[in-house]
Design a protein around this ligand. Structure first.
Ligand SMILES: O=C(O)CCC(=O)C(=O)O
Ligand SMILES: [Fe+2]
Length: 290
């Protein structure tokens, strides 16, 4: 029998076996449209900043490419001025940064997936937090040679898919909250779709590490979403390079990562922001379905 998990692992194997060129061709977004090259975050110019907001608001994610620095964390931390205060995670260091690296403990079932080389199923970050981060930044320090592709799925596509195929289930998702408890002991109860001032945001997580209580009324919809987001046809897939920072509107897009070989060391630095800065009025979080 082909279970959900088997299907996910097969998809992951398929993606890990492709090379960069094939991956680009499989994704529908032109990478140059979402990439912004700058020298240094602390020295970003006014026009570069405008471009950053344009890409962020239109595509809901940006690949920010910086010149190498002796301490690359400087670039990550300088994003505070643009994206607001740092939100901490239980694994954060003193600056709020969470290392995402393969610690070789992939067979343990209770460790965060971000410390393994295993597939990281599609999710939004901080889904067990009362107030999840608005912006997620992931800085690539060392990419894996094989696999380790970033995957992005639009919350708006999930919404539209449900609207067209399962309209009643979609309505139920707004009114039946899910309770998520993470390894760090944080827990929150929230609807998968929330509407606020005409804009919709999405929160979603479905993996083997967090515990999730799903009301029976939305069990079917939950599995429809899980299958939809983990289907590569619905994903933008990209391999981050060293010195690139992937910036995500965590209220509009979901993300994940394909697996990579056991022996490979891949290193990302993750930082969460609350989206409240002197530039907040330039940032549009959530989506308005067309
Ligand atoms: O390893 C990655 O590319 C993604 C990691 C991630 O999504 C996370 O740590 O929340
Ligand atoms: Fe994540």
């Amino acid at each position: 029998m082909l279970t959900d998990n088997n299907r996910m692992v097969n998809t992951d194997d398929f993606l890990s076996s492709l090379d960069d060129k094939e991956i680009f061709e499989a994704s529908k977004i032109d990478i140059s449209q979402v990439t912004l090259k700058i020298r240094k975050v602390a020295e970003i110019s006014e026009p570069e900043q405008q471009r950053l907001f344009e890409i962020f608001n239109k595509f809901k994610f940006v690949i920010l490419e910086c010149e190498p620095l002796p301490n690359p964390l400087e670039n990550l931390l300088a994003l505070k001025k643009i994206f607001g205060s740092v939100k901490r995670h239980y694994r954060s260091d003193e600056n709020g940064i969470v290392p995402v690296e393969n610690l070789g403990n992939s067979f343990a079932t209770t460790v965060p997936i971000s410390t393994t080389n295993q597939i990281h199923p599609i999710h939004t970050d901080g889904s067990a937090d009362i107030d999840p981060p608005k912006v997620v930044a992931m800085q690539c320090e060392i990419p894996s040679q094989n696999g380790g592709f970033s995957q992005i799925v639009y919350g708006e596509s999930v919404y539209k898919y449900l609207m067209e195929n399962h309209p009643q289930e979609l309505q139920n998702l707004f009114t039946n909250p899910v309770t998520i408890t993470n390894v760090g002991g944080k827990t929150d109860t929230r609807a998968i779709f929330v509407e606020q001032k005409g804009r919709i945001s999405i929160t979603f997580k479905a993996d083997s590490v967090v515990s999730i209580a799903i009301p029976t009324q939305i069990e079917k919809a939950f599995h429809i979403i899980k299958n939809y987001v983990n289907n590569p046809n619905n994903q933008f897939i990209y391999k981050l390079k060293a010195n690139q920072i992937l910036l995500l509107d965590n209220t509009s897009v979901l993300h994940g990562r394909t697996s990579f070989p056991d022996h490979e060391f891949r290193k990302l630095n993750r930082l969460w922001f609350d989206g409240i800065s002197e530039y907040s009025h330039h940032l549009q979080f959530g989506f308005t379905p067309k």
